[in-house]
Design a protein around this ligand. Structure first.
Ligand code: KG4
Ligand code: ZN
Length: 404
């Protein structure tokens, strides 16, 4: 037991109640108290002042035991979560990372199963869960080794709770729970989609408010992030997600799995004006990509072999990116927000990045996009998200496949 701050009277009380303790500093004017035990970090707000949150020490203790984050306020509480181990197993990447203060990555390790699932043309959930189980401990060890951090030095353990494949999520979550239990450090649950957005905090000074274009294999959304825990979805796809459309069209063109990076590659040698594909006429900030996918299919059916794959890929990519860019830019202009943030696997697309880079050069809008390795699934974004907006979870917390 270690008492760091506290008024002498309070420190003495906790010494008596909780056994051996040592305090580094006492200050009678200090309004909050931080107690660090091997597992619990407890905060007390204003113990004996007029505006005290708690009037008696026994009342303090009761609330502390119930929930440290409730006693101190979650945002304040998370500030003390400096060194976080993040785990990500929502789909086919087993990932672990150590991140300091939500922005500095000490290690980010990843074991990709892409080669295993390629022969099936997509992720097979049971197979994915099995491989996560085989590699999760190794990936965690690698991350800790690389960062030069022991598990007992961690301030918290963060893990993706959902959305994703429940069978694969449970592997990461169980590992996180075990480490949290052994080290007695808090378990912070993270939403996968919000973690993608938080990849933009890595190595930058970004802070809300901003408009985010979140484009992954399962989601396409334009989001107004007003504060760390406050956001509004302005628009989203009515059918296929952008990444899903990339993957389906890639399969149609015989480009293999995963399709997004393949289309990105072959489109570089293609003519984006060779075919006129529809953008998907949807009002507001919503998208629709299923019509575009069908249009590519109909065109391919009429063409003779060999297909002009480069031209088809470039024309399809242009139609998707054009609408993604236009609606995101429109949201920033209409809401008077000066920062745009890209997130998710499709944010790795070179043409999309070029469009937004050009926008930042030609306007007042500041554009943020994660480094390529932090666009697709990784654990650094999970640890970063936990630092800024993690939710303290119990060991009984469950994985979820869709956002609640
Ligand atoms: O965010 P992510 O890794 O996983 C999900 O949470 O879904 O996104 C994966 C998606 C896949 O559909 C993949 O084809 C797409 O991102 N993707 C790309 C590129 N790299 C990955 N799409 C277009 N261009 C890319 N360079
Ligand atoms: Zn993802």
């Amino acid at each position: 037991m270690r008492l760091i701050y506290g008024a002498p009277r309070v420190v003495r009380f906790f010494e008596n109640v909780l056994g051996e303790s040592r305090f580094d500093k006492t200050c009678s004017e200090y309004t909050s108290l931080l107690i660090v035990s091997p597992g619990i970090i407890l905060f007390v707000k204003r113990v004996c002042k007029r505006q005290s949150a708690f009037t008696t020490l026994s009342e303090c203790l009761k609330i502390l035991i119930l929930s440290p984050s409730r006693a101190f306020g979650t945002a304040q509480y998370l500030k003390f979560m400096a060194l976080i181990l993040g785990l990500e197993t929502s789909c086919d990447e087993t990932a672990a990372a150590i991140v300091r203060d939500g922005r500095t990555v000490l290690a980010s390790e990843l074991n990709s199963q892409t080669d295993i699932h390629r022969k099936y043309g997509g992720v097979v959930p049971e197979v994915a869960a099995r491989y996560h189980l085989e590699s999760v401990n190794e990936v965690i060890d690698l991350a800790l080794d690389k960062a030069g951090v022991g598990i007992h030095e961690l301030d918290a353990i963060a893990c993706t709770q959902g959305p994703g494949l429940v069978g694969t999520l449970l592997v990461g979550l169980s590992a996180a729970k075990a480490i949290s239990w052994v080290t007695q450090k808090p378990l912070l649950a993270v939403d996968h989609l919000y973690a993608h957005i938080c990849a933009n905090y890595i190595d930058t000074d970004l802070s809300p408010p901003f408009i985010c274009l979140l484009v992954s294999g399962g989601h396409s959304q334009v989001i107004h992030v007003k504060a760390h825990r406050e956001w509004l979805i302005l628009g989203e796809t009515l059918d296929d997600a952008a990444g899903e459309a990339y993957d389906k069209v890639a399969r149609l063109l015989g480009l293999g799995y995963p399709g997004g990076p393949q289309i990105d590659k072959v489109a570089r040698d293609g003519d984006s004006r060779a075919f006129k594909f529809p953008e998907g006429a949807v009002k507001g900030y919503d998208f629709s990509f299923s019509g575009l996918k069908t249009a590519v299919l109909r065109t391919v059916e009429k063409l003779e072999q060999p297909l002009p794959v480069g031209d088809l890929a470039a024309s399809f990519q242009d139609a998707v990116n054009r609408v993604l860019f236009r609606k995101t830019h429109q949201a920033a202009k209409e809401l008077g927000v000066s920062k745009i943030v890209l997130a998710g696997g499709v944010a790795a697309n070179s043409d999309l990045r070029k469009r937004f880079t050009q926008l930042s050069e030609e306007s007042e809008i500041k554009v943020f996009m994660p480094a390529l390795k932090y666009c697709t699934d990784n654990a650094a974004m999970v640890a970063s998200c936990a630092h800024f907006a993690g939710v303290e979870a119990g060991l009984d917390c469950m994985a979820y496949s869709r956002q609640p």
